[in-house]
Design a protein around this ligand. Structure first.
Ligand code: ASP
Length: 436
């Protein structure tokens, strides 16, 4: 059994609904469908969710919201009419409009985006509509009550073909409660976990996670298999991938997550799993992906005899901790220690940290290198195989890119390279090409 979640761009108009139906019909295992609200049809278009937030703001300030509400209504009515669905949405919209005058919470109003989308999709597929309000339960602190939700959904959806609206659930008192933006991904993952699905498919408008930022490497291919740990390495340093809370439910149950493209359904997309050991091609590529970003500073502390003094590293890190600064990476040498930190976060406390460090540790030198970029080369197959770093460094040398810092642990999942910001894009391109 597969749980398939379709994002807003996959549901933007009737044409997209038809694509979705084709995808679902191709595989009878796609029994549980989770949908977002309709997204943009073209670049300057509006997402339904944004319009509903706007309606809610108008209501809050007592400004007439009808022009915006009509835009919302029209989107759904035109999808319904184009698909020739026998649904009396007018009556439901009239009831909703009345409720808006009487007083409706922002969460309830905005949740209607996913609600109507699911109603339409259920009718179009001939599946049953299953309201998220009937099973997705939040605890009082706003976290999902997974035990109660899983139990309820497995009762309600067992052996049925259903369409579920994403993005919302109910509080213990029955009030509708929204998730964070993009929350339908979480609803899909929760549904897959609740039903012990064989796979959780997340259908969007890209063919999976790309090996590198396409704004830098135009021809970047998508990653076919990636582990959750690799994904974390990539997203930590800047790759735009699924939010951690949206993968947690499926990761916990070891359910594979497959990111697919509604507009190119023949492409296999990216499969994310805990591990691929034993199942995978032996001779696969060493590098899974490349991520990175600019805007780092490296603070290097040098003090004669530092390496043989117990606790110096801890002391240095302590100053960053005291001021709430995360140290992204570290690199060390004899009597020197470097900490890589986010430049923007460091800025307001930089001089306080440096002054304390100077006063208390009395180092020989403290040097701050600014405007560095970090390139993270990530790959589970790099560990314990010789030559991985050599290829990467060779590629950078050939492009005359000076490496300012290197960090790689013994259980390496990544090779971290610091370069000047001006060399950043060229470095990403060079590393990408080296692994083709
Ligand atoms: N429609 C909601 C949003 O735009 C939730 C989602 O699409 O996942 O954030």
């Amino acid at each position: 059994m597969k749980v398939a979640k379709f994002g807003g761009s996959s549901l933007a108009d009737a044409g997209q609904y038809k694509r979705v139906r084709k995808i679902i019909e191709r595989d009878p295992a796609r029994k549980v469908i989770v949908v977002s609200a309709p997204g943009k049809r073209f670049a300057d278009d509006h997402k339904i969710t944004d319009l509903l937030y706007l309606c809610s703001a108008h209501l809050q300030y007592g400004v007439p919201c009808d022009p915006v509400f009509e835009m919302v209504m029209e989107r759904y009515l035109s999808i319904r009419d184009d698909l020739q669905l026998p649904l009396d949405l007018e009556a439901e919209f009239a009831a909703l409009r009345k409720k808006m005058d009487e007083g409706i919470s922002q969460d309830e109003l905005v949740s209607r985006g996913e609600y109507f989308s699911a109603r339409l999709m259920a009718a179009f597929l001939g599946y049953e509509f299953l309201d998220a309000a009937l099973w997705l339960r939040f605890s009082l602190d706003g976290t999902v009550d997974t035990d109660a939700s899983y139990e309820q959904l497995s009762r309600l959806a067992a052996d049925r073909c259903v369409v579920i609206p994403g993005f919302y659930g109910v509080m213990p008192d029955g009030r509708i409660h929204l998730m964070q933006r993009g929350g339908s991904d979480i609803t899909g993952a929760l549904a897959a976990a609740a039903l012990d699905a064989d796979i959780y498919e997340n259908w969007t408008d890209v063919s999976g996670i790309l090996m590198a930022d396409p704004r830098i490497v135009k021809e970047a291919r998508s990653i076919s298999h990636v582990t959750y740990s690799e994904l974390r390495e990539l997203s930590y340093i800047g790759a735009q991938v699924l939010h951690e809370s949206s993968v947690f439910p499926v990761r916990e149950k070891n359910i594979p997550l497959n990111i697919r493209n509604t507009n190119a359904p023949e492409e296999p997309g990216t499969v994310i799993r805990e591990s691929f050991e034993g199942e995978e091609e032996q001779e696969g590529k060493r590098i899974t992906g490349i991520a990175g970003r600019t805007g780092f500073s490296v603070i290097t502390v040098t003090k004669n005899g530092m390496s043989s003094t117990v606790g110096t590293y801890r002391q240095i890190l302590g100053y960053f901790a005291k001021y709430g600064i995360t140290v992204a990476y570290t690199a060390g040498g004899i009597d020197c220690y470097s900490c890589v930190v986010d430049e923007k976060k460091l800025e307001p406390v930089k001089y306080a940290i440096l002054a304390e460090l100077q006063q208390e540790m009395k180092p020989d030198t403290i040097h701050v290198s600014e405007h560095l970029a970090i390139v993270a080369v990530v790959g589970r197959r790099m560990a314990f195989r010789s030559g991985s770093s050599a290829r990467v460094f060779q590629a950078l040398a050939e492009k005359n890119i000076n490496i300012r810092m290197i960090s790689q642990g013994p259980e390496e999942l990544n090779i971290i390279i610091g370069v000047e910001e001006k060399d950043y894009k060229e470095a990403v391109r060079a590393v990408y090409q080296s692994c083709q």
